[in-house]
Write a protein that binds this ligand. Sequence first.
Ligand code: SF4
Ligand code: SF4
Length: 91
Amino acid sequence: MSSSTVSKKPKSDSDKKPRGHVVIDVERCKGCGFCAEFCPTGVLSMSKGFNLKGYHPPVVINSSKCSGCDLCGMYCPDFAIYGVKDTPKKA
Ligand code: SF4
Ligand code: SF4
């Protein structure tokens, strides 16, 4: 009698990765670009558009890569951006 056991590894690796999101206060931004330059996962780029002060603020181009590490917030001299870690959902 043969028995076969198929073990399926749950595809939940992506669920274990740290997740987060970034909050941008566009009108505080002075367009220095530090946030986009220092984000370790390339979440941000600089907008071609202007805010009311005439600066190019950052835009999110890769939201799924944001870990909420807040490096962008630590580099921003104008408190115009910060990262937030998302709370994992309970099953
Ligand atoms: S670091 Fe702050 S001020 Fe500089 S571009 Fe980013 S949000 Fe704007
Ligand atoms: S919180 Fe971290 S990963 Fe997210 S945009 Fe800011 S620097 Fe990048």
